[in-house]
Each structure stands twice: as C-alpha cells, then as structure tokens.
Ligand binder design. Structure first.
Ligand SMILES: Nc1nc2c(ncn2[C@@H]2O[C@H](COP(=O)(O)OP(=O)(O)O)[C@@H](O)[C@H]2O)c(=O)[nH]1
Ligand SMILES: Nc1ncnc2c1ncn2[C@@H]1O[C@H](COP(=O)(O)OP(=O)(O)O)[C@@H](O)[C@H]1O
Length: 206
C-alpha cells in the first residue's frame, strides 16, 4: 500500500527501552505521532486508558477481532495486543508520520501491508542489563520478568529481519540513532517524491 506519510515500527524485547526511546523521540520531534494499541494486558501503575494503550477485556478484544478492526494483532507474553485499522490508515492517508511500538510478529505483518514501513529493532547491551532494567522498572512480578526474558531470546533472533538495529546502551546515543533514522527516511522520501513529480512534469503526465 502506498501512502504519503512515513511509518516507523519499533520492536524490542521487554525492558530493552523502546517505550523510553519512543517517548524521548516524540519530545524532540512533534511531527511524529504515536499509534496507541489495544491490549488485554492489565494496566501498570501509571498507565492510562487511551494513552499507553486502550485496555480491553478479552470479550471486547474478541469483538474487535470479529469486526475485523485490527490491521494486525498477536499473542505476546500471555496477552493479546493489536493495532487498529482506524488508527493507522486514517493518519497515514493524511500524510502524518506515525510510530508503532509493537512486537516482531506485528512488525513483519505491517511490512507486508506497508512495504515502505521502516522496521527498527532495539537491543539491550547484555542479558544482565536486560534483566536488571526489568527489575529496576519495578512494574512486573518475578514470574512475569522470567517469562519476558525467555521470550526475549526468541524475539532477539528476529532482529536480522529489521531494517535497522539500535543497541540501547547509552540512552542519549540510542535516541540520537533513532532520530537519525527518522530524519534520513524523511529526506529519502521527500527526494523520491520530488523526483517523481519532476519526471511526471517532464513527461507531461498530469
Ligand atoms: N503485535 C503487536 N504487538 C504489540 C502491540 N502493542 C504492543 N505490542 C507488543 O507487546 C509486547 C508487550 O508490551 P508491554 O506489555 O507493554 O510490555 P513492554 O514491552 O515491557 O513495555 C511488546 O513487545 C510490545 O511492543 C500491537 O498493537 N501489536
Ligand atoms: N539506555 C538505558 N540505560 C539504562 N536504563 C534504561 C535505558 N533505556 C531504558 N532504561 C530503563 O529500562 C527500563 C525499561 O525501559 P522501557 O522503556 O520501559 O522498556 P520497554 O518499553 O522496551 O519494555 C526503564 O526503567 C527505563 O527507564
């Protein structure tokens, strides 16, 4: 599907720092809009319905699946998460740059629909650091942390399918890398659009 805006998809194992990085990017770049996903996971301490996620009951999620309201959805860490069609299609059609924080399965599905989407994978500097970030975040039980670490091995094996990989060791450095990818993509697409417009003009195609 072709569209006027840019679509960025960020995936990472739990605790690698993707939410912190995306938040920092949005503070620096007001032109980029987040896509808020739907989930059956219960909210964490400070999370608000409609801000981090739309928190749904399993029945509400089922109903959205039946109505074909999701562009993609997946089972992740024992819960369901999905990107609504409405959120993405409307924004990209209006030329907005949208950033999605979703798991690797969702990222690969989005790339099938939007071939120009830029897939970015965030890696932690080490296993020890990943574990200690999950522990320091203090939002998940020891059991949930173990499950997320087990899944991290499967998730990290997918990094090679992504367009870019950022190692989030020094936070400021990783934000800079993310910002650079976003800017480079914008330049590339505006140059391509200009070249296409010039070609059409030269060929007298309206
Ligand atoms: N496929 C898919 N994955 C999602 C979506 N929203 C969130 N996720 C992923 O679900 C996983 C768990 O998210 P969350 O429970 O917020 O934990 P966190 O990764 O530790 O912040 C992460 O890999 C998210 O990127 C979505 O709409 N679709
Ligand atoms: N580069 C970094 N160095 C140290 N701590 C970090 C770094 N990036 C993120 N963190 C911390 O690690 C924890 C997990 O980050 P978070 O953004 O919630 O990860 P994710 O969204 O990938 O699950 C948070 O407490 C966050 O403040």
């Amino acid at each position: 599907m072709d569209y006027p805006g840019n679509l960025f998809v960020v995936a990472a194992p739990s605790g690698a720092g993707k939410s912190s990085l995306v938040k920092a990017l949005m503070e620096l770049d007001s032109a980029i809009q987040p896509a808020v996903s739907h989930t059956t996971r219960p909210p964490r301490g400070q999370e608000k319905h409609g801000r981090e996620y739309f928190f749904l009951s399993p029945e509400e999620f089922d109903s959205m699946v039946r109505r074909d309201s999701f562009l993609e959805w997946a089972h992740v860490h024992g819960h369901r998460y999905g990107t609504s069609r409405h959120t993405i299609e409307e924004r990209v059609a209006h030329g907005a740059d949208v950033i999605l924080e979703i798991d690797f399965q969702g990222a690969i599905n989005i790339k099938r629909i939007f071939a120009n989407a830029v897939l970015i994978f965030i890696l932690p500097p080490s296993w020890e650091e990943l574990r200690s970030r999950l522990q320091r975040r203090g939002e998940d039980s020891a059991e949930v942390i173990e499950l997320r670490l087990q899944n991290a091995a499967i998730e990290m094996a997918q990094a090679q399918k992504f367009d870019f990989v950022i190692i989030n060791e020094l936070f400021e450095r990783a934000v800079f890398d993310l910002k650079t990818i976003v800017h480079a993509q914008r330049l590339k697409y505006s140059a391509q659009r200009r070249a296409r417009a010039d070609t059409f003009k030269a060929l007298h195609i309206p």
